[in-house]
Design a protein around this ligand. Structure first.
Ligand SMILES: [Ca+2]
Ligand SMILES: [Ca+2]
Length: 271
């Protein structure tokens, strides 16, 4: 009966009086502002993996380079249509000019000659049509990402940097990516509950936790700076970073789907 009671409480997302939770000996540190050092269940190192159980698991898995990322690639479908390419008015590759993909644009002027793209969309305007462009931010019109995001699910992410640079970079397949950011959470609605905050690459787990502790903390913001290491997927494409919150009993489940597009704060182009 006790086991069933605990399970029911766990599923409800609110474990009161858990013996592992003592309020102050671990978890996030309270800081007074940007730059304050802290740890929230994950380490703040750029060279070694996190030391907590959940985050260490994430690091170990990440080091194995297992992410295929095939489902995370986004080829993009929006952008400015070019109207300058010659058009094969015959409607067939057998007449007029060669048109291998039969999209009405001659091969020698088609920005994606092997994939039909009648609209010739090219969002970043680098001459490669969106369906053929593995890196849609290296032209004169790259997509914009906010410098900060949130609060989304009571999480705010800011000061984002990838490998010490911008929040949108190009990396090789399987490359190490160091994600640095400032985080802030304000979980206070369920005293004694465990809650987690994590970031990760969409459709390319594991995520990595930066907060895994009680949700109340006197109902005031907790924040810190952290760097976590990820492994870029193997398949070319654009992959986005998101944040999310979960409810587990002192456990960061790093396979959780990052399903809230409003939490996007960075991206990598694997190329
Ligand atoms: Ca064509
Ligand atoms: Ca392009």
């Amino acid at each position: 009966m006790r086991r069933w009671l605990l399970l029911a409480l766990s599923l409800s997302g609110c474990i009161l009086g858990n013996p592992d939770y003592n309020g102050e000996s671990a978890g996030a540190s309270e800081t007074s502002g940007a730059g304050g050092s802290t740890s929230a269940g994950a380490t703040t190192t750029t060279t070694s993996g996190p030391t907590t159980g959940a985050s260490a698991s994430a690091s170990a898995s990440a080091s194995g380079g297992t992410g295929s990322g095939s489902t995370g690639a986004e080829t993009g479908t929006t952008g400015d249509a070019s109207t300058t390419a010659p058009v094969d008015t015959s409607g067939s590759s057998s007449g007029g000019c060669p048109d291998g993909d039969d999209d009405g644009h001659c091969d020698d002027a088609d920005n994606c000659p092997l994939l039909s793209n009648p609209g010739q969309e090219d969002g970043d305007m680098d001459g490669l049509g969106d369906p053929c462009d593995p890196c849609q931010h290296d032209g004169p019109n790259p997509p914009a990402y906010p410098a900060s995001v949130g609060p989304v699910q009571e999480i705010t992410i800011s000061n984002v940097s990838l490998n010490g640079g911008d929040n949108f970079i190009t990396v090789a397949p399987g490359a190490q990516v160091a994600l640095s950011y400032h985080w802030q959470v304000n979980f206070c609605e369920c005293k004694g509950c465990y809650t987690q905050a994590m970031v990760g690459i969409v459709d390319n787990p594991p995520n990595q936790c930066f907060y895994n502790w009680g949700s109340e903390k006197n109902c005031k913001p907790w924040e810190g700076d952290i760097t976590e290491n990820f492994v870029a997927p193997a398949a070319p494409g654009i992959y986005r970073f998101r944040a999310r919150r979960t409810w587990e009993v002192n456990e960061c489940k790093t396979e959780a789907p990052l399903d809230d597009a409003n939490s996007e704060f960075a991206a990598i182009c694997v190329n």
